[in-house]
Write a protein of this length. Structure first.
Length: 459
């Protein structure tokens, strides 16, 4: 092993928590190197969160063309140009990469492009993309290698060369019939987008409902939305084997019969990128699912080695990765910040959106937590009528013997933005009555919170 180059901090992977740590610590005068094998800035700006929302918005615009007459607009002949959809997305990504590169230059953090693997404690050997190798050692090392789409061992599945979200977001043509294997976040968002672009779409989910961990009224509402948009949803359908090749002709065999289409998108979860990076040589242990073992402070089993984001088993959201950055930054500065007990809000970017923070009814019952339920249909919020977007509902769980908000769910237009208001109230310990009695601008979506919380049953 060549004599390693010495750094204060070496970060393996440039996702949200890793890059924010590197920019912050380098700006403070530390010598920092970030090793990234391909995507500058990690998955979110390149192949995941932001590109998917870009493509989903193009699909939203397509839906407005389809609904033109409803808004008094004669649209005439039109078609979706998938190459142009892809190019709009690529232009955004290119701009984000430039922005990231500028942040590296301005902060002083060094970006090393190549594949890194541990060769000794706190020591990473990098096979450089441009050729050659470098060996870097950090007084502190942060592992931020992320996760990738999981393709399970169903016979014939790998051989069918299915799309993952990465390839689905870069198509320059419209699938004739897209089969989506998996009814979670990624599968549902892309299923609706491609249906709106013009594909026939079938969602295949092995569980009894899509996003099956949510409350029944949520899953029923989304299944109804998909039916109304012409998306076939097959729940309780386990696939035994796959034949054919995605992009040509593919057939999924299940107990209920064969499902045939032209393209197959696998959206059945993710697996951490922890294999093949020499963790055992660094003294870093992993759990049974392959996540780096990290405690509530995000310390690994090796001294001065931290893990953040997906690879550490944190909930697979970029906003959680950002909080992991804050946890590690505080702890490196001598603090004691932990991941336990933090809020994990989420938003499913179907149209309309689904957003939730805190407890669902299912979770409250499972934990034996008493609650009072408030729920209103979204058409009670008058702003929705001006938008012709009345589908959905708002609901809140209020503690049984007090005024604390335990959980909030919104299914409807701007659901994620409405949720943030409630989340801030929850963080501040503000009673639901403060939102109920607030003077909120009319007509806005947030105004609906007043109507919702006015319907909380009395104690």
């Amino acid at each position: 092993m060549s004599h390693p180059e010495e750094y204060d901090v070496v970060v393996l992977g440039s996702g949200a928590p890793g890059k924010l740590l590197s920019w912050t610590l380098a700006s403070q005068g530390k010598r920092v190197a970030v090793i990234e094998r391909r995507y500058v800035g990690g998955a979110c700006p390149n192949i995941a969160c932001l590109p998917s929302k870009n493509v989903i918005h193009s699909a939203k615009v397509a839906s407005y063309f389809r609904r033109g007459a409803e808004f008094g607009i004669a649209t005439g002949d039109w078609k979706v140009d998938m190459a142009a959809v892809r190019d709009r997305k690529r232009k955004m990504v290119d701009g984000l990469v430039v922005l990231h590169q500028a942040n590296y230059r301005e902060s002083g953090a060094e970006l090393v492009m190549g594949h890194g693997r541990f060769v000794a404690p706190k020591t990473v050997e990098v096979a450089l993309n441009a050729g050659g190798t470098r060996t870097l050692r950090g007084e502190t090392v942060v592992i931020d290698t992320g996760s990738r789409a999981r393709i399970d061992d169903t016979p014939g599945l790998s051989e069918s060369r299915p799309l993952t979200h990465v390839e689905a977001l870069d198509l320059d043509h419209l699938p004739e019939h897209l089969i989506v294997l998996g009814g979670g976040y990624v599968g549902l968002e892309l299923a609706q987008a491609y249906r709106r672009f013009g594909s026939r779409v079938t969602v295949v989910e092995r569980n009894g409902s899509i996003i099956h961990r949510e409350d029944p009224d949520v899953t029923e509402a989304i299944e109804r939305l998909f039916r109304d948009e012409g998306i076939e949803v097959l729940t309780g359908t386990a696939v035994d084997r796959v034949e054919g090749r995605s992009g040509q002709s593919v057939r999924l065999h299940a107990a209920r019969g064969a499902i045939e289409g032209t393209h197959l998108l696998v959206a059945g979860g993710r697996t951490p990128n922890t294999d093949g990076i020499g963790l055992e040589k660094a003294g870093v242990e992993t759990d049974e699912r392959g996540h780096v073992k990290a405690n509530e402070r995000l310390q690994t089993t090796a001294e001065d080695v931290w893990a953040v984001g997906d690879c550490a088993g944190s909930p697979y959201f970029t906003h959680i990765g950002v909080d992991d950055f804050r946890v590690v930054l505080d702890n490196l500065s001598g603090g004691h910040r932990v991941t336990t007990g933090r809020q994990v809000p989420f938003c499913l970017f179907t149209d309309p959106e689904l957003a939730r923070v805190g407890l669902s009814e299912r979770e409250a019952r499972e934990r034996g937590v008493g609650y009072r339920l408030a729920k209103i249909p979204l058409d009670h919020v008058l702003r929705t009528r001006t938008l012709s977007e009345t589908r959905g509902f708002l609901k809140a769980l209020i503690e049984q013997g007090g005024d604390r908000i335990l959980g909030f769910t919104a299914f409807g237009v701007e659901a994620g933005e409405i949720m943030a208001i409630v989340q801030i109230a929850m963080l501040g310990g503000i009673p639901y009555t403060a939102i109920r009695d607030a003077v909120i601008t009319h007509p806005t979506m947030a105004e609906g919170l007043g109507d919702l919380l006015s319907s909380v049953p009395r104690v």
